[in-house]
Write a protein that binds this ligand. Structure first.
Ligand SMILES: Cc1cc2nc3c(=O)[nH]c(=O)nc-3n(C[C@H](O)[C@H](O)[C@H](O)COP(=O)(O)OP(=O)(O)OC[C@H]3O[C@@H](n4cnc5c(N)ncnc54)[C@H](O)[C@@H]3O)c2cc1C
Length: 490
């Protein structure tokens, strides 16, 4: 039974991706009356989560991978003050305000994340979702990834059905625009906006912001990422709904920022394709050239999963933010390479490099010069090419930039090339939370009544710890839902 005319609840959740759905279901299971706001129409619900395969960095259904916390901490921030980092070793509550709000991934938050991942996955299974180590588009990998059968859509459908069947008041095509405070500074509701911009005040002692990052907001993208952000786009339709209001309204209410506001999770996309996530992840077997037909990066420093983000960021820095991955006929030596290409548009193909350059729209002489230099730097083909492992087949030492693995001459027609742009999977900048998903203000104090989960909380700096964003949404959505349900009795 929905509370259609009732604008009060125990918990208001904003966003119905994995974070918001986990929060809403958990709060409802805890006995709370919940209103769930979702900007998208029902058929498009689920945000980014709807479109992902939802790989999770886990070694089993109970445990995260061995490198989980270490990868986060290796990417915890930049040139951090060692005295403040040392403070992090102490208990969370005993830290100073500046340490609690430091622009750094909080180790206690990551430790809670790791501890709760297994139980959260078991909880997701209680909705009928099954998990397995499913094949992915990553041909070489450095860690294990578990995924729900049916991907993020299966998570969205299972949890959405449950919340709709269990009295959560789900309001589609309704966006949160601002927070409501009481005179003591506690958050006590949100201003929502529906069709024809009609606004309503919705009241609850707890508000959970689970409305994604700002990848769907061109103004915030340029504001935080600079002018080159004009060339970015979300990797799939769900990201366009994430316009950063959750982050904005909380910052305006005094929340501390967290996560790298100048970064996002980068993925290499074929710009010509309108498919969801039209990635092209085989450049490690070829060469990447920019619009001047020049190489600019080591295409293959290690396994694809560990390196594609940094390389895609380099693509983003190139003129017009575009590059081309060039191959020859011997790409066929890579078993099943097509599984790493999700574009529905065929590559440019030609029997000569000049013909290929014409299709790419680059200068043919420059491309030929680049390929000659590359081919000269490649080692003798002695059969040591091993497509499914890091093979150490590297270009000559004096050749810059080097190619560290899978370096073979590109000289056998037909030639082919895919254009590659940088896609924005999700933004890193968000809100600082404590291990209980409570949003901290800029003095390190929890803002009473305010929680954040999923992309809206900021935990990533440097390189994305791959296959952790869906898991983050589920784990911290659940933690926030538990905390918010308990507050209704306060
Ligand atoms: C194609 C693709 C592949 C990916 N692959 C992986 C992967 O394998 N593993 C992994 O961990 N991550 C992956 N990611 C990233 C991951 O899917 C997302 O970061 C994660 O699902 C985000 O969950 P969320 O709940 O925080 O946000 P979302 O799922 O984006 O949900 C946010 C919701 O909030 C709604 N909303 C936004 N603003 C408002 C507002 N003001 N009011 C009301 N509602 C609002 C949106 O409509 C949306 O439904 C992938 C993403 C994509 C798109």
């Amino acid at each position: 039974m929905a509370m259609a005319d009732n604008n009060t609840a125990d918990v208001i959740v904003v966003g119905s991706g994995i974070a918001g759905l986990s929060a809403a279901a958990t709060a409802a299971q805890g006995g709370a009356r919940v209103i769930l706001l979702e900007r998208a129409p029902r058929e498009d619900r689920g945000g980014n989560t709807r479109w992902t395969e939802a790989f999770m960095r886990m070694k089993s259904e109970d445990e995260v991978t061995d490198d989980f916390e270490a990868h986060f901490m290796a990417n915890a921030g930049h040139h951090l003050d060692p005295s403040l980092v040392q403070e992090m070793a102490g208990d969370f509550e005993s830290r100073s305000g500046i340490a609690k709000t430091l622009g750094m991934t909080d180790p206690d938050v990551i430790s809670r994340f790791a501890d709760k991942a297994g139980p959260t996955l078991q909880w997701l299974k209680s909705f009928g979702v099954k998990f397995d180590f499913l094949p992915s588009y990553l041909i070489t990998t450095c860690t294990t990834r578990l995924a729900p059968i049916g991907g993020g859509l299966a998570l969205v459908e299972a949890l959405s059905d449950w919340v709709e069947d269990n009295d959560v008041d789900v309001r589609y095509e309704t966006s949160a625009r601002g927070l409501i405070h009481d005179e003591d500074g506690a958050v006590v509701g949100v201003i929502s906006s529906g069709k024809v911009n009609k606004t309503s005040d919705l009241l609850a002692p707890s508000v959970i912001l689970a409305c994604g990052g700002f990848e769907g907001n061109s103004e915030m993208m340029v504001h935080y990422l600079g002018g080159q952000a004009r060339y970015l786009r979300p990797v799939a339709r769900g990201g366009y709904y994430n316009k950063g209001e959750g982050i904005r309204m909380a910052l305006a209410a005094g929340a501390a920022p967290s996560g790298d506001y100048s970064r996002f999770h980068a993925e290499p996309l074929d710009p010509r394709s309108g498919e969801p996530e039209p990635i092209v992840l085989i450049f490690n077997y070829g060469v990447l050239v920019n619009a001047k037909a020049e190489r600019f990066v080591d295409e293959a420093p290690a396994t694809v999963d560990a390196t594609y983000e940094a390389i895609t960021r380099d693509i983003h820095e190139q003129p017009q933010s575009i590059a081309y991955a060039v191959f020859d006929a011997r790409i066929e030596d890579v078993p099943n390479w097509r599984r790493a290409v999700r574009s529905d548009v065929p590559p440019f193909e030609a029997s000569t490099l000049a013909g290929l350059a014409e299709q790419m729209g680059v200068d043919a002489t420059s491309l030929q010069r680049t390929m000659e230099a590359y081919n000269t730097a490649c080692p003798e083909d002695d059969g040591s090419f091993k497509p499914l492992e890091v093979d150490g087949l590297a270009t000559a030492q004096d050749y810059v930039p080097p190619k560290s693995n899978w370096a073979r001459r590109i000289e056998t027609a037909p030639y082919m090339a895919f254009p590659i742009m940088c896609g924005n999977c999700f933004t890193f900048g968000g809100l600082k939370v404590d291990p209980d998903a409570r949003v901290l203000n800029t003095d390190g104090e929890a803002i009473p009544g305010l929680y954040a989960a999923g992309e809206t909380m900021g935990i990533y700096y440097g390189t994305y710890t791959g296959a952790t964003s869906v898991l983050r949404g589920a784990v911290f959505g659940r933690i926030a839902g538990e905390g918010a349900a308990l507050r209704r009795n306060d």
